[in-house]
Design a protein. Structure first.
Length: 367
C-alpha cells in the first residue's frame, strides 16, 4: 500500500466535477487511514474544510486548468515522496514521472475537437490524452458510454477504465419548494450555454408553441458568456423577454427551488459523459424530456421521455403534449424518483475504495 498520495482538488467548487470530488474523496481519505494525503488547490479555502488527520498537507495550487503554467507549477507542489498521484481530469502533469490515477468525465474534446477553436488547444488536448494513455495506472469515468468513447478515441486499455457513476445529493429528494420570482408556470433548463448543450433547439421549440401554452422558459445559468457560437440563443431570447427568463448565476438552494417548482425540465444536450440535471429533476418529482442519445438512455432508462435533439418540431410537440397532460404524468414522475435513487454517492464511494484497494495490492506485488 502506498504511504503518500496526492490529490488535485482545484475543481472542488465546480458543478459536475466538484460534486464528484466532494462526495467521493472524503470517503477515500477516511477508509485509507494509514495513508498520508496531500491536497492541492485553493489552500485558503481547503483549510476551512474539516479533513481527517491523515491529510498531512494542503498546498496552494491555483494554476488555470489546461494552462502551460499548471504543467511546470504542478512539479513544484507535488511532494517528492508522493507514491501515487490522483488527478481528477485529463490535464495530467506530463513531466511527472511517478504513478498516476486519473478521472476522465468524458471524451468530448476528442469526439468534438472543434469545441476548442484554437488549433494549439486541439493539439495540446490530444497530447494530454496521449500521456494519460501512457502514464495512468487506471482511469475512472462516469458511464458505460464514456468508457466506450475513451476506449475508441484513446489508447487507454479498456480493462483499465472503471465506471464510477455520479449520483443525486440526498437533499434533492426532501426539498420543500418555496415561492420564487417566476409568477407563472414554466419549463426549466439547467446547464451552461456551450453549443453541445443544444440550448438553441429548446429555445426555437419553445418559440414555436408560444401561442399554445402559457408557460415561460426559465434558463438557469449565466446569461453572459455566449462566447462559443451560441449567440443565436441570445438573439432569439431577446425577442421574447417576457417569456424567456435567464436567472443568471444562482446558488444550490435556488437551483433546487427553480427545478422543484417547474412543470417540466428539458435537457436537449448533444453530448454528455453522464448528465446529472435530469436525475436531480426526477428526484424532486419534475418530469423530464431528454435528448435521445446513448448516454441519456443509459442514465435515465425508462424514467424520461425522449426526443430527437436535432428536430425542433418533434420537441415542440412533445413539450405541448406533456404540459397538456400534466395531470396524467404520475407514472413518469414515479419512475423518475425511483431512477434517481438507483444511483448513490455511497455506492460510488465504496466502488472507488474497492478499485483503489485492488490497485494497491498490485502495487505491493510489484515491489
Amino acid at each position: 500500500m502506498p504511504e503518500n498520495i496526492t490529490i488535485d482538488l482545484r475543481l472542488w467548487l465546480t458543478s459536475g466535477i466538484g460534486k464528484y470530488l466532494q462526495n467521493v474523496v472524503p470517503t477515500v481519505l477516511k477508509r485509507f487511514k494509514s495513508i498520508h494525503f496531500t491536497l492541492l488547490g485553493d489552500k485558503d479555502f481547503l483549510d476551512t474544510l474539516d479533513w481527517p488527520s491523515n491529510v498531512v498537507s494542503i498546498k496552494n495550487f491555483d494554476s488555470p486548468i489546461y494552462s502551460i503554467e499548471e504543467q511546470y507549477k504542478s512539479l513544484r507542489v507535488i511532494p517528492k515522496n508522493c507514491d501515487l498521484l490522483w488527478w481528477p481530469h485529463w490535464n495530467i502533469p506530463i513531466f511527472y514521472n511517478g504513478k498516476i490515477v486519473t478521472t476522465i468525465y468524458d471524451a468530448f474534446h476528442l469526439r468534438i475537437p472543434r469545441s476548442f477553436k484554437n488549433l494549439f488547444k486541439n493539439i495540446y488536448t490530444k497530447l494530454l490524452f496521449s500521456y494519460v494513455s501512457k502514464k495512468s495506472l487506471l482511469t475512472f469515468t462516469l458511464s458505460k458510454f464514456s468508457k466506450n468513447e475513451l476506449s475508441e478515441l484513446t489508447k487507454i486499455n479498456i480493462k483499465d477504465i472503471h465506471i464510477i457513476n455520479l449520483a443525486v445529493d440526498e437533499d434533492w429528494f426532501n426539498f420543500q419548494p418555496f415561492k420564487n420570482q417566476i409568477n407563472s408556470p414554466y419549463i426549466v433548463y439547467v446547464g451552461n450555454v456551450k453549443p453541445h448543450k443544444n440550448l438553441i433547439t429548446l429555445v426555437k421549440s419553445f418559440i414555436e408553441i408560444l401561442d399554445k401554452i402559457d408557460h415561460k422558459l426559465v434558463i438557469i445559468g449565466k446569461k453572459e458568456g455566449f462566447i462559443s457560437g451560441d449567440k443565436e440563443v441570445q438573439k432569439f431570447a431577446n425577442l421574447y423577454p417576457d417569456r424567456i427568463v435567464f436567472t443568471g448565476w444562482v446558488d444550490d438552494v435556488e437551483v433546487k427551488n427553480y427545478v422543484a417548482n417547474a412543470e417540466l425540465m428539458v435537457f436537449p444536450t448533444l453530448y454528455e459523459g453522464f448528465g446529472i440535471p435530469p436525475l436531480e429533476a426526477m428526484a424532486c418529482g419534475c418530469p423530464v424530456l431528454v435528448s435521445d442519445i446513448p448516454v441519456t438512455r443509459e442514465v435515465c432508462s425508462d424514467a424520461a421521455l425522449y426526443f430527437n435533439p436535432n428536430n425542433i418540431s418533434e420537441l415542440s410537440k412533445l413539450i405541448e403534449e406533456v404540459l397538456n397532460k400534466r395531470n396524467q404524468n404520475d407514472l413518469i414522475i414515479s419512475k423518475g424518483i425511483a431512477r434517481s435513487k438507483f444511483y448513490s454517492w455511497e455506492s460510488a464511494s465504496n466502488k472507488t475504495v474497492n478499485i483503489f484497494s485492488e490497485l494497491f495490492s498490485k502495487m505491493d506485488n510489484l515491489k
